[in-house]
Design a protein around this ligand. Structure first.
Ligand code: HEM
Length: 394
C-alpha cells in the first residue's frame, strides 16, 4: 500500500458498487485486515480532469464555499488560481503548502484530493467568463426549505481524504491563502464509510442505513464519461456540481417497519440489492409485480430518479453524512443529514429534471428536506507545469 495512484480509472475504482471493484484494486488477502486505517494512496493532481471528481469516496469530506471580494478581477483570479495550484500540488503530495506554518499536518498516502469549482456569479465577463452549457443555480423546488447560510458561493473547494486532520489542515491552508481574494461563506463537513470491516472497498451507507451510490455510473466507463464531463468548449474536461444539504429525520424514519423503509427506495437495506432480486450492482426491474402490486412502488425514490423514467438522464452522486448540534428554543438538538453532491456535464439538462421528478413525488420526501443548495462549475484539470483555470483566465 501507499503507492502513487494514477488519476485515471485505477484511482477511481471503488467509487461504485462494491461488487464491481476490480480484483487488482483490492488489497492482497493477507493484508486485508491491515488495510483498515492503513495508509492509502497519494493521488497526483494532474490530468485532463480534476481527480477528486471520479476517485472513490473517502472517509472525510469538507467543502468550503467562498465569496470573491469586490475588487477581484480576472488578473487577481489568475493569481489566486496559481497560488491554489501550488497548494494543491504540495498538499496532495503530503508536503506542507508553500509557507505552511504546520507542514507536519500533511500526510502522504491519505487519498487527499482537492477539487475547485466556480459559482454562477463568478461565471461572467471580467471573471471566468460564461460557464459551461446549462450551468445555473438549481431553480426553487416546492419542498425546499433553503437557508442562506448553506447556499450559494463564488468559489468552492472540496477537500476529501482518509484522515480528518490532514483534510482540515488542507482546508485551512487553502482558505488562508485565498484571504486577499475571497472570504469563506459556508463550510460543510461529513463522513463516509467506503471500506468494509474486511478492508475491502464498499459503496457506503447514509444515515438512514441505506447503501447509497449503487446506481451510479462506474468511473472510467464510457457511460461515466458522457454523464460527467463537459465535452467541448472552454470548459472541456470540467463538470458541474450540485451541493444540496439535506436534513434527514432519523427519528420518524426509525418508526417505519423494515418493509416500509425498503419499499420507499426499492432496494434492500442489508446489501442494497434491488427488491426485484439480484445483487447490489444489478438494475431494478421496474415492471416486476408480486401478488398484483409493483415490487418497486410508483413513488419509490429509485424509481422516480431512475434514468428510464427521466429520458436517460443520469448523474454521478457522492455524499457525506453529517450530524451537528443546533440551538433551538427547546435547547440543543441534534440534526442529521446528507451533504449530497451530484456531478453532471449539463446541470439544467441532467440534474434539474430529475430533481423536479423527486420534488413532485418521492416517498423519501417524507423524511428528507433540502436546507441548502449551491452549484459550481468544476474547473477542467491541469497538467504539471500549468495551473488550474489557465485555459479560462490566461
Ligand atoms: C438512488 C438515497 C437524494 C438521485 C438512491 C438510493 C438511495 C438513495 C438509498 C438507492 C441506491 C443507489 O442507487 O444509490 C437518497 C437519500 C437522499 C437522496 C437518503 C436524501 C437525503 C437524492 C437527490 C437526487 C437523487 C436529491 C437527485 C436530485 C438519485 C438517483 C438514484 C438514487 C439518480 C439512482 C437511481 C437508479 O439509477 O437506480 N438514492 N437519495 N437522490 N438517487 Fe437518491
Amino acid at each position: 500500500l501507499g503507492y502513487v495512484g494514477s488519476t485515471g480509472v485505477g484511482a477511481a475504482a471503488g467509487a461504485g458498487a462494491v461488487l464491481a471493484v476490480g480484483a487488482e484494486e483490492a488489497p492482497p488477502a493477507s493484508s486485508a485486515a491491515a488495510a483498515v486505517g492503513a495508509p492509502g494512496r497519494t493521488i497526483e493532481p494532474w490530468g485532463a480532469h480534476q481527480p477528486g471528481v471520479a476517485t472513490a469516496q473517502t472517509e472525510v469530506t469538507e467543502l468550503v464555499a467562498l465569496d470573491l471580494r469586490a475588487d477581484v478581477d480576472r488578473e487577481a483570479l489568475g493569481r489566486l488560481m496559481r497560488l491554489w495550484t501550488g497548494d494543491i500540488e504540495a498538499l496532495t503530495a503530503g508536503r506542507g503548502a508553500p509557507g505552511d506554518p504546520a507542514p507536519w499536518l500533511s500526510q502522504p498516502a491519505s487519498d487527499l484530493t482537492i477539487t475547485v469549482g466556480v459559482g454562477p456569479d463568478a461565471c461572467r465577463p471580467g471573471l471566468f467568463g460564461a460557464g459551461p452549457d446549462g450551468f445555473a443555480a438549481v431553480p426553487p423546488m416546492s419542498r425546499d426549505r433553503l437557508q442562506e447560510r448553506w447556499s450559494g458561493g463564488d468559489l468552492l473547494v472540496v477537500v476529501a481524504g482518509r484522515d480528518g486532520t490532514t483534510v482540515a489542515h488542507a482546508v485551512r491552508r487553502l482558505v488562508a491563502d485565498a484571504a486577499p481574494f475571497a472570504r469563506a461563506r459556508w463550510r460543510q463537513a461529513g463522513s463516509w464509510n467506503p471500506t468494509g470491516p474486511d478492508g475491502r472497498p464498499q459503496t457506503g451507507r447514509n444515515l438512514f442505513g441505506q447503501v447509497d451510490g449503487s446506481g451510479n455510473p462506474q468511473p472510467g466507463s464510457p457511460l461515466f464519461d458522457s454523464t460527467v464531463w463537459v465535452r467541448e468548449g472552454r470548459w472541456a474536461g470540467g463538470s458541474t456540481l450540485v451541493v444540496r444539504r439535506i436534513r434527514m429525520d432519523l427519528d420518524t424514519w426509525d418508526e417505519l417497519t423494515r418493509d416500509e423503509q425498503e419499499r420507499s427506495v426499492g432496494r434492500a437495506l442489508a446489501d442494497g440489492a434491488p427488491l426485484t432480486g439480484g445483487m447490489e450492482i444489478d438494475e431494478l426491474d421496474l415492471s416486476a409485480r408480486s401478488q398484483g402490486r409493483l415490487v418497486v412502488p410508483v413513488d419509490a425514490h429509485a424509481r422516480r430518479a431512475h434514468p428510464s423514467l427521466n429520458g436517460g438522464r443520469r448523474m454521478f452522486r457522492k455524499g457525506a453524512n453529517y450530524t451537528r448540534e443546533v440551538e433551538t428554543e427547546q435547547g440543543v438538538e441534534v440534526e442529521s443529514g446528507l451533504v449530497f453532491l451530484a456531478y453532471q456535464a449539463d446541470l439544467l439538462d441532467q440534474f434539474v429534471p430529475v430533481q423536479r421528478m423527486l420534488d413532485e413525488s418521492d416517498q423519501l420526501n417524507e423524511w428528507t428536506t433540502a436546507i441548502g443548495s449551491a452549484t459550481f462549475a468544476v474547473l477542467p484539470g491541469f497538467e504539471q507545469g500549468s495551473w488550474l483555470g489557465e485555459q479560462l483566465l490566461a
